[in-house]
Design a protein around this ligand. Structure first.
Ligand code: SF4
Length: 185
């Protein structure tokens, strides 16, 4: 995987603030790996109780499938937009996949799609980069972006990348002159 140097210079807010952003990133649904879809369906008893009434039917959760070389399986499937939000979004609970896992005493991201955990980082055409497409989101507005991304999403990076990938990421980061200088201070 290539790494875009923007990953080391771009910023993100200090922390997510759902009262300000109103989870607008969940408005359109998301592309998930076909293997993640299987995991979600196999664990539906964990989260169905937290779905909106209009999103309870499993047949409505997923839409189109497309080839995607950035997915480990090579196939991605979209989560459907139901009444203006991802099929797994609930205004009271946020992501029902995360809520269901937490309530069951499991890791909060165990069935959540990788793409959602990773945002605003994204793997596109084999390169780890920053997803700057959704500029109208609260977290992507320049004035709110005050903290280096890799610092802001450290917990997510620790969860998603294995030790070898993390070591490589941090080694690349240390090659950036500005990061080196900041570490010396
Ligand atoms: S799967 Fe969860 S986090 Fe991802 S877009 Fe849907 S509701 Fe949001």
């Amino acid at each position: 995987m290539k790494i875009d140097t923007n990953v080391f210079s771009a910023k993100f807010p200090e922390r997510c603030q759902l009262d300000l952003c109103r989870s607008r990133c969940c408005r359109f649904g998301v592309w998930v790996d076909i293997e993640e879809q299987k995991t979600i369906i196999a664990n539906q008893e964990l989260f169905v109780a937290y779905l909106r009434p209009e999103a309870k039917d499993q047949k409505t959760w997923f839409g189109k499938t497309e080839e995607d070389e950035d997915c480990p399986s090579g196939l991605a499937i979209e989560t459907q937009d139901i009444s203006g939000a991802c099929s797994f979004f609930h205004p009271d609970h946020g992501c029902a996949l995360q809520k269901g896992a937490v309530e069951a005493g499991l890791h909060e991201w165990i069935i959540k799609p990788r793409f959602c955990i990773m945002f605003p980082l994204v793997v596109s055409e084999g390169e780890l980069t920053v997803d700057d497409d959704m500029k109208t989101l609260w977290c992507m507005k320049e004035k709110n972006r005050t903290r280096p991304i890799l610092d802001a999403v450290k917990k997510e990076v620790e969860f998603l990348f294995d030790e070898k990938q993390r070591r490589r990421l941090y080694a690349e980061e240390m090659r950036i002159p500005a990061v080196k200088a900041a570490r010396r201070r």
